[in-house]
Design a protein around this ligand. Sequence first.
Ligand code: 4AD
Length: 430
Amino acid sequence: MKITIQEAPKHVNEEVTIGGWLANKRSSGKIAFLQLRDGTGFMQGVVVKSDVSEEVFSEAKNLTQETSLYVTGKIVEDTRSDFGYEMQVSNLEVIHVATDYPITPKNHGTEFLMDHRHLWLRSKKQHAVMKIRNEIIRATYEFFNTNGFVKVDPPILTGASAEGTTELFHTKYFDEEAYLSQSGQLYMEAAAMALGKVFSFGPTFRAEKSKTRRHLIEFWMIEPEMAFMDHEDSLKVQENYVSFIVQSVLENCALELKTLERDISKLENIKAPFPRISYDKAVEFLKEKGFDDIEWGEDFGAPHETAIAESFDKPVFITNYPKDIKAFYMKPDPERSDVVLCADLIAPEGYGEIIGGSQRIDDLELMEQRYKEHGLTGPAYEWYLELRKYGSVPHSGFGLGLERTVAWLSGVEHVRETIPFPRLLNRLYP
Ligand code: 4AD
């Protein structure tokens, strides 16, 4: 019977066949220990000289890294390994011999590994990160589907900018100019007026010249948008959603977290509600901490966010930023027109901002005024005004950056390891 490594626990004491690759190998005179991987997991295969034919034993001893093969044998429990099972190999059949595989079990530099990303993905750590990414995506669909949201797909080719014009990727669209989407939000607002509570999950493109551990040129964003929900309602959805994905990863990715040596005590307490601090208070706090490079009205940089996050053991919302440093669509605080009803959610342990969200302006006149201030004109923007013309309602939404969330939960330093094929300032290949 052909099974996968993931299915091994259900086949203890059975003779099965697994198709896989040789990740690593150790051998003493009479035993060869094969570290096998098959895409679903990693497992040891033990080949004992006295239990197999001479030909099989010699083949096992000569296997090279990343050679593909079928291994047949009995699944047994193995309490010494994290996986908990191994195979007592009785036979093996080589499919394709790999020679001189470039990524050896020794340490390689990051640039080398990034050049070989198409192969690096096979390694145990990268495999674990991709599984955690997948679990966050799965849990996202579960959370929004069970809470009455409808998945809506905004376009990727757009005629207008959603967040600001400096970071847009331009492309030709027959005789017109188009941009790659930097946020689906404007379309999601239209969708919320049609379907109530909606969410999107898609690629996002930003021509940011930032070379930091938190910036990708192409990243994936989850953008919920909710009609009849104010800023406060939205914060509740955000903290419940983030708590849900953290608990889902803890529950369903225990082995992966162990592989990554993630300190799970830092994740176990991530449950709603999350602490909040206003922008005003955050500036005061930073000044008290000795940051003299920040004045009211300026945006926070990574060191500021990290200093704020360090005083909490859960993600923290920084709320009500100055209007002038935020996007044109954010609703002013009715009690103070110099700040807007918005929040950024900062992850603990220095992983930075994972969510940006706000209540949206729902008043037509005010939105028209913002258009004038920001010089937004033309057909690309006109339709958005109509959402305020025909049955406008209070509504809010947010965007969660998938890769920063994966980095935080996996405990990996840099977002380049959280997406299969990262697009960075200096990298378009592989
Ligand atoms: O704060 P941002 O720019 O928000 C928006 O785009 C809103 N339109 C979302 C909405 O309300 N629907 O981006 C949201 C999140 C950030 O908090 C961050 O996690 C991630 O997207 N992000 C990036 N991730 C990786 N690389 C980049 N260059 C990123 N820029 C933003």
